[in-house]
Every structure is written in C-alpha cells, then in structure tokens.
Write a protein that binds this ligand. Structure first.
Ligand code: PRP
Ligand code: URA
Length: 216
C-alpha cells in the first residue's frame, strides 16, 4: 500500500529504520522480558510522534531571554490515553512521558482461548472522556475484536475523536476496525502478513502480554 492509499484508509505504518530495528528485536524469541518492555516503550514513543500529529495547537505569547514572540502550545483539554490491559499498560506509561498532563483510562480485556473474542473484566475511564481526544493503545491488533470492543465502550462513553496506536497489526485487524469505525485513524509500527489458526499474528512477536510480564 502506498503512503497516499494509507492516508485515504486512515492507516499509517511508520516507516523508519530505528522503528524497524527495534521491531526486529521485539520479534526475536531470545529477547527477555526486561528488554521486551523497554523496546515496547521505545517503539511507542517513536510511533506516538506520528499518532499524535493531529493534536490541536493554539498560539500563545512567550517571552524568551531575547524577545517576546507568538508560539504554539497544545490546545484544549488534555488527551485521554486509554490502555487495553494488560499489554497496553507499557504503552500508556511511555505516552505519559510525552504528555504528562494526559488523563488515563484502563480497559481490561482478554481473548477467550476458544473463540478469540474479547472478554471485558475491568473498566475505569476519565469521567469527562467525551470532552477529550482519545488515544487508544494496545501493542497487538490481531482479529481486531479487542480494539472494536474498546471503540464500542469509548463511543458509548461519548468519545468522538478516537485514534488507535498499536505496535503490530495485520490486514484482518485493520479491516475489522475500519468496517465498524472507518474514521478511526490507526497508526502501526509494522503491518504483518496474516493471522494463523490460533488468531496470532504471523510473523508477529508471540503473546505480547506474556512477553512483557514474563508469565509464560
Ligand atoms: C492481546 C493483545 C490485544 C489482543 C489482540 O491481549 O494485547 O489486547 O490480544 O487480539 P485481537 O485483536 O484478536 O482482539 P490478550 O487477550 O492476550 O490479553 P493480555 O494482554 O492480558 O495478555
Ligand atoms: N495477541 C498477542 O499478544 N499476539 C498476537 O499475535 C495476537 C493477539
């Protein structure tokens, strides 16, 4: 897909040698949990640069040591960053280093091992989330079931301006999100080939949550 087609499809796949290098390390099954967590955070920081490109700004007056000038700053209420547990937590922490005044929402979802459908077990969102730009984060966009469920929850809460940032996605996941939410901008660090029979992304990186937290 060309960059123009991606833009028309509300899909950005970040094309940068540093991101590609770090993704290769994430894929490697010899990368331990500590390195895996750090790499997830680094890739999140690099890709958030693209995902947050559309944040609104306003001009303010600032006095430098030399003069007074007009300069941009972020406008409006601070964005809400919503992480899908567990794996999205590391991405939330990374983005808070860029937007320390951001508000945070948590949505606990896990995939049923048989059906691969998301099961919700926790939800805590900023009360005024409907007034904020929302960045939904989850490292893996596989079937898209979790992302679509999260978008349903955020839309029911009044969210209207929602972007999705994932580290690795696949065509099936992108299509699932855009079938229901065509206006949701998706930013990925890598767009992989396909899903396997267990609904894991191939080549992928395995189970992100287990690799982040060393649970397997
Ligand atoms: C993983 C991942 C996503 C989901 C993606 O979570 O972090 O939330 O799978 O798959 P989908 O696009 O097919 O819905 P998982 O269910 O393994 O939970 P965990 O983060 O607690 O490990
Ligand atoms: N969840 C993961 O953590 N990895 C995949 O490949 C698919 C879903």
């Amino acid at each position: 897909m060309t960059a123009t087609e991606e833009a028309a499809n509300n899909l950005t796949v970040v094309d940068h040698p540093l991101v590609a290098h770090k993704i290769t390390k994430l894929r490697n099954d010899q990368t331990d949990s500590s390195a895996f967590r750090s790499l997830c955070q680094e890739v999140t920081l690099l890709t958030a640069y693209e995902a947050l490109r559309h944040l609104p700004t306003e001009q303010v007056s600032v006095t430098t040591p030399l003069t007074t000038t007009e300069a941009p700053r972020l406008a409006g209420p601070a964005p809400a960053i919503v992480g899908i547990l567990r794996a999205g937590l590391v991405m939330v922490e990374a983005i808070l280093t860029l937007i320390p005044h951001g508000r945070v929402g948590h949505l606990g979802l896990y995939r049923d091992p048989e059906t691969h459908r998301p099961i919700e077990y926790y939800k805590k969102l900023p009360e005024d989330i409907h007034t904020r730009k929302i960045l939904l984060v989850d490292p893996m966009l596989a079937t898209g079931g979790s992302a679509v469920h999260a978008l349903d929850v955020l839309t029911e809460a009044g969210g209207t301006d929602i972007d999705l940032l994932s580290i690795i996605g696949c065509p099936e996941g992108v299509a699932a999100v855009h079938d229901t939410y065509p206006d949701t901008r998706i930013t990925l660090a890598a767009l992989d080939q396909r899903l396997n029979e267990q609904a894991y992304i191939v080549p992928g990186l395995g189970d992100a949550g287990d690799r982040i937290y060393g649970t397997k």
